[in-house]
Design a binder for this molecule. Sequence first.
Ligand code: UT7
Length: 337
Amino acid sequence: MMKKIYAAITGVNAWVPDYRLNNHELATMVDTSDEWIMQRIGIRERRILKGEGLGSSYMGSRAVKGLLKKTNTSRDEVDVLVCATITPDRVFPATANIISDKVGIKNAFSFDMNAACSGFIFALQTAANFVEVGKYKKVVVVAVDKMSTITDYTDRTTCPLFGDGAAAVMLEPTAEKIGVIDHIFHTDGNGRHHLNMKAGGSERPPTFDTVKNREHFVYQEGQTVFKFAVSKMADVAVEMMEKHHISADELAWLVPHQANMRIIDATARRMGIRKEQVMINIEKYGNTTSATIPLCLWEWENRLKKGDNIILAAFGGGFTWGSVYVKWAYNGKSSQV
Ligand code: UT7
């Protein structure tokens, strides 16, 4: 029998803009306070990409360029590039194609995926499938969102939540049982009523009225989304532990989507793990939608060891939610130049 091919994450990189929008500055824009935001959400500041004409591909191409350098990969070797985003440069063509062009990747096919906050984990599994069939050797997943372009800075119930950022991982085949091991994914399209952008698509194209009515921004019924997120994200994370008989002690890390500190805490509690086992950087970056999970992996990369059991878990727009079980493939930094 042919040996199963696994898709190992062999490198991770990120790029975030310099500008930090902190809670004090936000409090000059809407009626809010540092205290409320820290207590109810747990975000202190978020990065914002300033400058005219800079879209998600600006950040994504920087994350990917750095990833190729770190993993000693030439641009010509990349076979596939998948971009997870809900804030593409344009409705079409795909931001993945623009990123490939900016990086100089010429031998790959590329496309975008829209799974909102579950974008990275859905794209990671899709990319892993390409590797596992044995046909592709270097597959890049880049997760990027420029949430500041769809955030209504007159709406205090949503504007503290989001930030801009990009992160990317490299997937390569291995015969060892490491890398992307398993996934549990769900969607519930009925969730669209509670978290969406009202206009700008084919159902309601942009008009003067949609702009005037501020319908090109994130619309969220916070409490409803919160309730779903708390139960569903914990459900799939616990289910993954049980399915693979991973005890709380055997789990090296939970990498949760960073939407609200209280959702992260509740998930960790349900899993019976300690806070020290959870990657948390929501305080610094807020909710960067697709990019939250790989941004964590990038920050913690130094501390990761080969064989570490890691569960990635997300919940977001769609609704989409899921968990991925990853066995980390290398010690510390990837092959850096
Ligand atoms: O990543 C995609 C998935 N998204 C999520 O997972 C987000 C899930 N939802 C949440 O994280 C929370 O629902 C929010 C952070 C959005 C809101 O927190 P909450 O604890 O659910 O607040 P709430 O909506 O129940 O509002 C409580 C109060 C209200 O005032 P009243 O009606 O009690 O007088 C709000 O008007 O807090 C008020 N409020 C604020 N006050 C100060 C809402 N936003 C703010 C604010 N500053 N920024």
